[in-house]
Design a protein. Structure first.
Length: 632
């Protein structure tokens, strides 16, 4: 009898289990035990557990989430269809859920952004469904425990758990998702200076696990970061403290007014970009899915990989990446809104393909074929949404920032602007192809250190923004004076009288002062600073290694904090450089870049393809079945 341990029983771990079950009849038809190890509920895991605020929502629409392969997924293993979140919701009897979730399920639509607690129900159901359809001889065991150590005894992998037990297995997969880490040197120094002056500093961590009771009603709080962690922070500090939103009319009838509870603080928030991530598109494509990839796919990247020479991502490949993203935009514009263009799609597509990215020829084509500048994709403005804004005071700045956010929201919710969704779909394709280049090791160390950081930041801002209803809530809080924006180019320091913040946008303005600073973001990945006992143990004995980027001249450019794995299958690389044949790791803490958002149906999702590759590698690593117990 063979056995596998998956450390982490959230969506990634369950996705691997589903792929193991799919391929086991072919690759390991004998008896197989799979152990799921997680201190949090299996299926949902830590992030999607039921035990969190019911106010927190997913960042994906109900129709855009699935855990199962479909006919678009190109992988070696068999396709095993299963319901998307939306299909599961249609099959689920609301009366089987607790009253609040039952009411949510009854009101759900395909374009709803469900609560995380309802997603927890779906993920729990997926695990039950997968385990109910296991192939003959395969069993699943769930352990509500934390893995704290891993050693070898002969050819067995012995996984120690914090309840004192141990599992003897043939292979181990680390699938723990986002890992907590102790503060960086800069964060520790900031905390020390804050403590010296009697200030309060909340370092990066999962917002749902942050102790927000230290933030007092009515006080001004500085926030660094305007991404999704910031959105969660706002939800918990305002509606979570009893405030509420009510309709306030507006041009589209959807404006909100904030009604305070008296328990909320005042937030002043900034970041390098100075504005929220772009709102999630709230519509469907009208022109059909763009033909992807066209300008940035294997035809362009396979020769780069085959050459094996270090390349600079942005210097060499950005024109193709940008052309692909814009191609998705214009495919949707021309096919979904033909009344807004002056040329047929076939003619435009041919001329667009022949023109170099951002060349005079392309600019002339766009000016001729797309008369309204709003209908032309401006990637620079997409990346820097507050370009050109200047203000002499914080109060003067607020309506200027709100106007930019309101226009962005309008374009992402008005079906007249579905071109944004075309670009979004193309960007997902580009992200997957960049991941192939990254995994193949052909990007130079300098490009991995700098270009990849820029690309990830741009992708997050453009493709991972909040739903429209959250943006409306933030606008209401801004109009009420509870949330104020500092502008782009945040500048922060610490003085005896408090934290002080200003920005490049507020040139010459007096800094904003506060005795509280919140770093609203997840900790940067760091194997060396991880609080995960298993990974820390493996790193300490050289059974795992952290990625260090070294320039051609030997200069250390950056320690990424990521665990080094073999790109093809996630096999764990040791400090010696060799690959462990029975240990694997997947997730955002590894050197394989897979989009972190949930999988969209019908998209040949990279995450499903990679789950399949890892699962099949794990099955192939197993020895012939033998009769022995999995318990040590």
């Amino acid at each position: 009898m063979s056995s596998i341990a998956i450390v982490g029983a959230g969506p990634r771990g369950v996705g691997l289990l589903e792929r193991l079950a799919a391929s086991a009849p072919e690759l390991h038809p004998d008896h197989l035990d799979v152990h799921l190890v997680d201190p949090y509920p299996a299926g949902a895991g830590r992030i999607w557990r039921h035990d969190q605020s019911p106010l927190l929502a997913m960042n994906s629409m109900a129709a855009d989430v699935t855990m199962f392969t479909d006919d678009t997924v190109v992988c070696e293993g068999p396709i095993v269809a299963g319901p998307s979140f939306w299909e599961w919701a249609g099959r689920t009897d609301p009366d089987t859920l607790e009253p609040s979730l039952a009411a949510e399920l009854r009101a759900l639509s395909a374009s709803t952004f469900p609560s995380r607690r309802l997603q927890s129900e779906y993920l729990g159901w997926v695990l039950r469904d997968v385990t109910s359809r296991l192939p003959a001889g395969m069993r699943v065991h769930v352990h509500r425990a934390t893995a704290v150590g891993l050693r070898e005894e002969g050819d067995a992998q012995v996984l120690r758990l914090d309840d004192g037990s141990a599992l003897r297995t043939d292979a181990v997969v680390l699938a723990s998702g986002h890992l907590d880490a102790t503060p960086t040197a800069d964060e520790l120094a900031l905390a020390a200076r804050a403590a010296e002056h009697g200030l309060r500093y909340l370092p990066p961590e999962q917002t749902t696990d942050t102790d927000l009771s230290v933030i007092e009603p009515g006080e001004t709080v500085l926030v660094r970061g305007l991404g999704l962690a910031f959105v969660d922070l706002v939800v918990l500090l305002f509606e979570g403290r009893g405030g509420r939103f009510e309709p306030a009319g507006g041009a589209d009838g959807q404006d909100l007014r904030y009604v305070p509870s008296g328990a909320e603080p005042y937030l002043v928030a900034g970041s390098p970009r100075g504005s929220l991530y772009h709102a999630k598109p709230a519509y469907q494509l009208r022109g059909g899915r763009p033909p992807l990839p066209r300008f940035f796919g294997p035809a362009q990247t396979d020769p780069v990989i085959a050459a094996g020479e270090p390349v600079e991502l942005l210097e060499r490949l950005w024109p193709d990446m940008a052309k692909e993203i814009a191609g998705g935009w214009y495919h949707e514009l021309f096919n979904g809104h033909p009344e807004r263009v002056r040329m047929g799609w076939a003619e435009f597509a041919q001329r667009y393909a022949e023109a170099g990215w951002d060349s005079p020829r392309m600019r002339a084509l766009l000016e001729r074929a797309v008369p309204d500048p709003t209908d032309r994709l401006d990637l620079a403005a997409l990346n820097e949404p507050l370009t050109g804004l200047r203000a002499d005071s914080l109060d003067e700045l607020q309506p200027l920032v709100r106007a930019r956010i309101e226009e962005d929201l309008r374009q992402h919710t008005d079906p007249a602007h579905t071109a944004h969704l075309g670009a979004f779909v193309a960007m997902l394709s580009v992200y997957g192809e960049v991941g192939r280049l990254f995994a193949a090791g052909v990007l130079s160390a300098r490009s991995r250190a700098h270009d990849m950081a820029w690309w990830q930041s741009f992708f997050n801002s453009a493709a991972s923004g909040p739903p429209g209803f959250r943006v409306r809530e933030l606008l209401a809080l801004s109009r009420a004076g509870y949330v104020r924006f500092l502008g782009s180019g945040l500048r922060l320091d610490v003085a005896p009288d408090g934290f002080r913040a200003t920005s490049a946008t507020l040139a010459g303005a007096e800094p904003v002062r506060s005795t509280v600073l919140v770093d609203a973001r997840l900790p940067d990945p760091s194997a060396s600073r991880t609080t995960d006992p298993l990974l820390a143990d493996l790193l300490a004995v050289g059974e795992a290694v952290e990625e260090e980027l070294v320039d051609a001249d030997g200069t250390v450019l950056r320690n990424t904090g990521l665990v080094v794995v073999r790109p093809a299958d996630g096999a764990l690389v040791r400090a010696s450089g060799d690959v462990h044949p029975q240990r694997f790791a997947v997730g955002p803490h590894t050197t394989v870049k897979v989009a972190g958002a949930f999988t969209r149906p019908g998209m040949n999702a990279q995450s499903l393809r990679y789950n399949d590759a890892v699962a099949r590698a794990v099955l192939r690593s197993l020895p012939p079945a033998r009769s022995r117990s999995a318990a040590a």
